[in-house]
Design a binder for this molecule. Structure first.
Ligand SMILES: Nc1nc2c(ncn2[C@@H]2O[C@H](COP(=O)(O)OP(=O)(O)OP(=O)(O)O)[C@@H](O)[C@H]2O)c(=O)[nH]1
Ligand SMILES: [Mg+2]
Length: 445
């Protein structure tokens, strides 16, 4: 909703939404704020696509019209077979809905307010509705508005589809065969450099973004049930305080995958708290070893027993993954964004490939929570991917949405497919790093 507040109660909104499939409402115009005038109405409502007008009266009815075409003050009769008049009251659970009698007429798009034949809203620049019974829409006036034509408020909302007609990124949701193909690819993956047997992927992100949960989720997929080796949960500050390099074991012989997931302490805005930028540089270069205890007020010292003085190529980070909570993107402060940029500059300088993992997509979008295969049809997730790519300065193809396991006990096929697709991309991006190496240099490592 915009800054101007809606008058709809939760129950009225629920009933209004029940007239549609998977939509959300965006308030465009509110008569008590913008004025009961034609100009104000058209200034706010023209060329907005599908809209619904919501009129309120003292008798407790909310009623109005939905049109799927633009307002444009064209003076023309608009055919719109999706248009309807409706009415909602506390007394009825189901809204009343009336389509035009001829099945074609929608509304007359004139320079005054909404004219739907039988009902004209804001026609005379006043808080009243005019009625021409039987004109295109046929209804009982008592049922429509309780014969109360005086309005206490009038709002217009843009009706936004939550789901795109077609997914914008292709993913095979074929179930077992897709999951097996991805698992096999990951298991058989070999870095293109002979001194390296495992791609080393670093997970970095704000506190609580889902870094440890991502490792747990991948580990769960290969274990066959949901498990939680890495501590995950919610605390004011980062729950993870050590640098951890996790192997994922697979198959009956529990052989380690050619992948190491490196978990870190969460980033925090304030200097001297959370993961330190100097520590990130040391991790990227391969200096910091498993179980190093981060100290936010001081970076790793070269005399620490966890400091590796001459790391090999296998110890360096081959792909950095920024882990970002899909519900928090617009809430990140400028300080946090600056931290991301500083890390990106270091990773760029060291030639490390970078990806973004967008977590908690189930919390961010109800349609995705209901069915994960809606992920690339969700308007909201698509918008978040655009926002995060702009904010971090990466291309949208680098952003991988996932749902981590958080409250489930058993695996779920589509969750696994999305998680494994993310790992697949991490290995491909690690290959970019190896491709870019000076192989003569690799001989020494
Ligand atoms: N619904 C949902 N919850 C998630 C998801 N990922 C993580 N969580 C929950 O978010 C909380 C934080 O997750 P963690 O994995 O501990 O986050 P972290 O990034 O490791 O956090 P720190 O180590 O504290 O920096 C936990 O309660 C998780 O269960 C997700 O994709 N969906
Ligand atoms: Mg953690």
């Amino acid at each position: 909703m915009s800054a101007v507040g809606s008058n709809l109660s939760a129950d009225q909104e629920r009933k209004l939404l029940s007239l549609f499939n998977h939509v959300r409402l965006h308030l465009l115009y509110k008569a008590s704020v913008h004025g009961y005038t034609h100009q104000a109405f058209h200034n706010h409502c023209d060329t907005q696509g599908p809209t619904i007008l919501v009129a309120y009266n003292r008798t407790g009815f909310i009623f109005g019209g939905y049109i799927s075409q633009d307002y444009a003050a064209s003076g023309r009769v608009i055919n719109d077979d999706k248009a309807f008049l409706y009415s909602i009251t506390n007394q009825r659970e189901k809204p009343l809905r009336v389509f035009s009698a001829d099945g074609h007429y929608g509304f007359t798009d004139a320079s005054y307010g909404l004219n739907m034949g039988a009902l004209w809203f804001l026609n005379n620049g006043a808080a009243t509705v005019q009625q021409l019974p039987g004109n295109s829409y046929i209804f009982d006036a008592e049922q429509m508005h309780g014969n109360d034509m005086e309005l206490t408020e009038c709002e217009v909302y843009r009706v936004e589809q939550r789901l795109l007609e077609k997914p914008w990124r292709n993913i095979e949701w074929e179930g077992f065969s897709t999951k097996q193909c991805l698992m096999d690819y990951i298991q058989k993956y070999k870095p293109e450099v002979k001194s390296v047997v495992q791609a080393r992927v670093l997970l970095i992100g704000p506190v609580g973004a889902g870094k440890s949960s991502f490792f747990n989720s991948i580990n769960s997929v290969y274990k066959g049930h949901v498990t939680g080796q890495a501590n995950s949960g919610s605390a004011g500050t980062s729950l993870t305080t050590q640098f951890r390099t996790y192997n994922v074991k697979s198959g009956p012989d529990r052989k380690a995958l050619p992948l190491v997931l490196c978990d870190t302490m969460g980033l925090e805005e304030e200097p001297g708290s959370g993961l330190d930028i100097d520590d990130i540089t040391s991790i990227l270069k391969g200096h910091i070893q498993d179980r190093y205890q981060f100290n936010p007020s001081m970076p790793v010292q070269t005399d620490s027993s966890y400091f590796c003085k001459s790391p090999g190529l296998k110890d360096r980070i081959h792909c950095v993954v920024y882990v970002v909570d899909a519900c928090m993107i617009s809430l990140h402060s400028a300080k946090m964004v600056d931290k991301f940029h500083a890390i990106r500059r270091t990773a760029n300088r060291l030639g490390v490939s970078q990806l973004v993992l967008l977590t908690k997509v189930d919390e961010a979008c109800p349609e995705v929570r209901e069915d994960l295969t809606n992920i690339y049809r969700s308007h909201y997730i698509e918008k978040m991917i655009r926002e995060v790519s702009l904010c971090l300065g990466v291309s949208q193809s680098c952003v991988l949405p996932v749902k981590n396991y958080s409250r489930e006990l058993e695996l779920e096929m589509n969750t696994d497919i999305l998680l494994l697709t993310a790992v697949f991309q991490m290995l491909r991006y690690s290959d970019n790093y190896f491709d870019d190496l000076d192989l003569a240099g690799d001989q020494e490592l």
